[in-house]
Write a new protein. Structure first.
Length: 232
């Protein structure tokens, strides 16, 4: 008899309840395990083990792993199977931030000029969600924050109205890797304060302010994450 599933957050340590959208729930459950480092960078991922753990068939497991592979969090090797992606190194991190500094301040400027009231409301909802993240397991809460952080930045890129910029940023998938790399509660509180300044400028239709706030956020974020390699 199939066991019930308990929810995305609880899935990192056990079962999740069977929802209408089973595939989404399974995806969130495996994502939580990757972000909480229950599945460490480079660790093998057994489909059969996940089937037993979640009490579902292989189909939603494989669909979820395919989504995670597209995000760069999972790697599929021929004749071997799935494993968690290796952690990014210093040089790759530096390159990602160079690209973010080229694209995201521009996207914020454009968003301040083109954003709709509906898109502002959506960003505000994501911002509230980031402030409210809480879980008895700090790493699970951190993983949830990472998803919201990505949604916040993706929403700004989308609101810019520049499809190539939005697509380029979406392909970076930098946020999830950053949060796997660096677990520290200060990163969330600092990011929330910086996001508030970006959102205020966009809400005020202030392109220069939005561009500057985004640039400062990315530069400060780079400092936080690069400190790992500097031994700080």
């Amino acid at each position: 008899m199939t066991r019930e599933m308990t929810g995305a957050a609880g899935a990192a340590s056990g079962l999740v309840r069977r929802p209408t959208r089973l595939g989404e729930e399974v995806y969130a459950a495996i994502y939580a395990q990757l972000m909480s480092l229950k599945i460490p960078p480079g660790g093998r991922i057994s489909v059969d083990s996940l089937v037993r753990e979640f009490g579902v068939s292989q189909t939603p497991i494989r669909e979820a792993l395919s989504r995670l592979e597209a995000q760069g969090l999972v790697v599929k090797t021929h004749l071997i199977g799935y494993s968690a992606a290796d952690q990014i190194g210093r040089e790759r991190l530096h390159q990602l931030y160079e690209l973010r500094l080229l694209l995201e301040p521009f996207a914020a400027r454009r968003a301040a000029l083109a954003i709709t009231d509906e898109a502002i409301a959506a960003l505000e909802a994501v911002d509230r969600d980031m402030h409210e993240k809480g879980h008895e397991d700090a790493r699970l809460a951190y993983g949830e924050f990472a998803r919201s952080d990505a949604a916040f930045h993706d929403g700004i890129a989308l609101a810019s109205g520049n499809a190539p910029v939005q697509e380029a940023l979406a392909r970076l998938h930098v946020h999830v890797h950053l949060f796997r790399l660096y677990f520290h509660a200060r990163a969330t509180s600092d990011a929330n304060e910086e996001h508030a300044r970006i959102l205020a400028a966009i809400r005020g239709r202030d392109p220069e302010g939005a561009e500057q706030a985004m640039r400062e956020h990315i530069e400060r974020s780079r400092g936080r994450f690069m400190s790992i390699f500097d031994g700080d």
